[in-house]
Design a protein around this ligand. Sequence first.
Ligand code: ZN
Length: 428
Amino acid sequence: MNHIKDLCAFLDASPVNFWAVDTAKNLLENQGFRRLDMSAGWTLAPGDKRYVVQNGSAIFAFIVGDGNPSAGFNIISAHSDSPGFRIKPASEIPCEGGAVKLNTEVYGGPILYTWFDRPLSVAGRVALRSENPLRPRMELMRIERPLLTIPHLAIHFNRAVNEGNPLSKQKDMLPVIALDCPKPKGLIRSLISENLDVDPDDILDYDLSLYDTERAGTVGLEDEMICSGRIDDLSMVHAAITALIDNVDKDSGYTRVAAIFDNEETGSGTKQGAGSPILEHILRRITGCLGGTEQDFMRAVANSFMISADNAHGLHPNYVEKQDPTNHPVLGGGPCVKINANCKYMTDADSAAVFRSLCEMAGVPCQYFVNHSDVAGGSTLGNILTSQIPLRGVDMGAPLWAMHSVRETASTMDHIATIAAFSTFFSL
Ligand code: ZN
């Protein structure tokens, strides 16, 4: 049950992408991983445990292999971001009647109405003035106490609300922060100043988002389900980091890598996303530090394998017709290999066979997810990464319900099974 307690703690400590990376970083530091900067020169020796943070919202942790620069990389990738609401600049809107609401912009594809009537708060990072105009000081910020709510319209003003209710992101979804505020302009700035104990004039900008303050927890007769925000994809981030840490004392010929990207929910097209060459740069530098040539790097890539870990859709008891008729991944049935004939996923028979073998070795079940042929599925990290580095690999994920709800549901057993499969992979 410890892995589940740890997962809940991980989710609670990670309200947004920047905090997820910081939480992962702390777990890694506790196990002797040391930070490397992309702007510094690197020297690496076999067995070194290192990590790189990109933009504060992506993290790449690795244990250097036994010294052969062409041996290859065993990689698990996942993403740090989740759909939600970002606070816009100049966001305070004083309203008739005195209440103050905040102007926000939707990030990714949240299920909007799940965000209504909840104790929300604010987390992210703030850019502060420093000596160097090119390098503002970046500080994490999280307001712990519930601070906002997005109140739903009473049913008496919209009797048809239960018959389908289209929502405007600009009108319906703005959170209320105060009933009466003498100086609404600059409210966010003064909250930041108070929270970080800094001069308001030194606050240059911020990346702040809303989060649900309700904590992660289990439900079900046997506590067999976990309910939380951000299970997609922080459960896979947690599994990848846990598996890497499980294997810190095990030698391997492979360099083992946990690659946690940002911005999967908006298409991965940023310098910290899977569409950037950041992972390739890191792998190339590791090869170079082991004395490898360009040819060794190409050989290492050919000798590598990647598990692209992003949650899958489990069979929903109220909507079984949405799933493929012969492949029904269920919550509690183990991690799922994701397959798509049109190559939205990187999985093929070769890579699915590898994952299945890993599950067999770990003694855990393995399922398959294939889209119902009339339903367009989502995409994920795998294929975007392989356009940068031609890796063999598999797309997989533990199944969940209500993907992109403010509170998703997954199986505790599947999480334990996923960690076991990942740990087996990193033990090779
Ligand atoms: Zn995801």
